[in-house]
Structure formats: C-alpha cells, structure tokens
Design a protein around this ligand. Structure first.
Ligand code: MN
Length: 259
C-alpha cells in the first residue's frame, strides 16, 4: 500500500499472552493496515508477556512470527528489541519473524534524524531492587543456565518471577517506576541524539526536555514514550514530515479483559 510509504512505525509493550486474543488481533490488524508497505516496523520490547526460550512452541508465537515474516517478505524491515519480559527471544525466533534483533541502545537514522531506541527499563534507575534483578537477568551465564533447564521448569520459574515482581511493584511508589531524568539526558548526550524513543513505563507521551550540552546545535530534545497495548493500541508513526503518537481502538469483536 503506497500510502504507508515513507513511514516508519514504532510499537512496544503489547504483552501478548494466551489470555490476550484481542491484542493479537489488534497487532494483526496493524500489520495488515498501517504497517503494510511501510519502510520499517520497530518493536521496542515486551512484545510478549513472557518468553522462556525459542523452543517453547505456542500458537501465539507462531501467529506473530507468520504475520511479521509476511510483512518483512513484502519489503517492510522488521526490528525486534528485547524488553524486560521477553529478553530471552533469540536469533531463531527473530529469523522466523524475518526480523533483526536490535542491541540496546540502538541509534538509527530516521529520515535524516538521529533517533535513539531503548526498551526503557534501563532508565528507571531509582528502582534499585529492579536494577539489581535486571543485572542478573541480563547476565549471559544466568541466561544460558536458565535455557538449559527443562521447558516445564522454565515456565514454573518464570511464573514465580512474575508473581514476585507484581507483588514488589504493588509496594513501590509509582514515581520510582518512571525514568530518571538524569539517565535520559546522560544517554542522549552520550549517543548524540535529540530524539529518544522508548516504552516500558506505560506512560505514553511526548516530552520536550533540555540537555546540558547541545547536540548538533540544539539543547532541545524530545523523549517519546510508547504506550502499552491494554485499553488501546499505541503506534508512533515517523515520516519525513514529522512524527505522531497515535492511539488506536482494538478491533471491536471483543473487549480487553486483562486491563
Ligand atoms: Mn517493560
């Protein structure tokens, strides 16, 4: 579809799971409409609610892979970045999706603008308990030991970890689960970008901020936060003319139960 040419889309935090059929439907609708013919689609983490290894067969993983592969074979580049829930997505699954796995952070050229991409959890440094946990989860030795366990055991461990994290988060003040401003400006200055796109916090919005030093002649910068797909779908559309963060209603067939 030519009307999507010169468009690049960014999404994150779909948290797909077996009990979220509407979100899957909503993703498939996006891939068939807004994403069809687009230059690129970036998925910035937490596409899945949980991921215990590429060898874990599921209908939802198959459906997503088939749809992303079709999009990529039709000429739209597809990129996947890990989130804090699906950080174990590997090269096997990425290739089934026709997608390229992105390191974090990644800096891209988006129609002449340098744009930095992260999932966002690395910016929430005031949550010190989470940062310690993150360090362990991102340790390659820990990951390999986990992946070497039987699938059933991995599911049980993942379930326990999710429960613990939900309990811990319910006790935390909401502001410590947002990004730390200083981390944002440090990252943008070190990467020499004026635009940062991330998800994770589930607080969609576009924030204008001042950097401490100017990047390419300007100390003004923009932090774009993608939304989580619970009540609505959120898509950042980037084009040579500019960008827009848009909410979309899910397909009308069913209501979202998970909230
Ligand atoms: Mn996240």
């Amino acid at each position: 579809m030519s009307d999507n040419k010169n468009k690049t889309l960014f999404i994150s935090d779909l948290h797909l799971d077996t009990d979220t059929p509407v979100i899957l439907e909503s993703l498939l609708a996006l891939l068939h409409r807004q994403a069809a013919g687009a230059d690129a689609l970036y998925i910035l983490g937490d596409l899945f609610e949980a991921w215990v290894g590429d060898d874990d067969q599921s209908d939802i993983a198959d459906a997503v892979a088939a749809a992303l592969l079709a999009l990529s074979q039709a000429g739209t580049r597809v990129y996947l970045m890990h989130g804090n829930r699906d950080f174990l997505i590997g090269e096997d699954y990425a290739s089934r999706c026709g997608a390229t796995l992105l390191a974090e952070p990644t800096v891209i050229d988006c129609y002449g603008q340098r744009v930095a991409l992260v999932h966002g959890d690395s910016l929430c440094t005031r949550d010190t308990a989470y940062m310690a946990y993150r360090k362990q989860m991102r340790d390659p030795a820990w990951q390999q030991a986990f992946l070497d366990r039987p699938l059933l055991e991995r599911h049980m461990i993942a379930q326990q970890m999710r429960q613990k994290s939900q309990e811990a988060n319910s006790q935390k003040a909401s502001d410590i689960m947002d990004v730390t401003h200083q981390e944002v400006t440090d990252l943008m200055e070190s990467l020499e970008v004026n635009i940062l796109v991330h998800g994770h916090t589930h607080r969609p919005g576009i924030h204008t901020i001042r950097l401490h030093e100017s990047i390419r002649g300007s100390d003004e910068a923009v932090r774009i936060v993608l939304g989580s797909w619970d009540q609505k779908a959120w898509v950042l559309e980037f084009s040579p003319e500019g960008y827009e963060l848009k909410p979309f209603a899910h397909p009308a067939a069913a209501k979202v139960a998970n909230g």
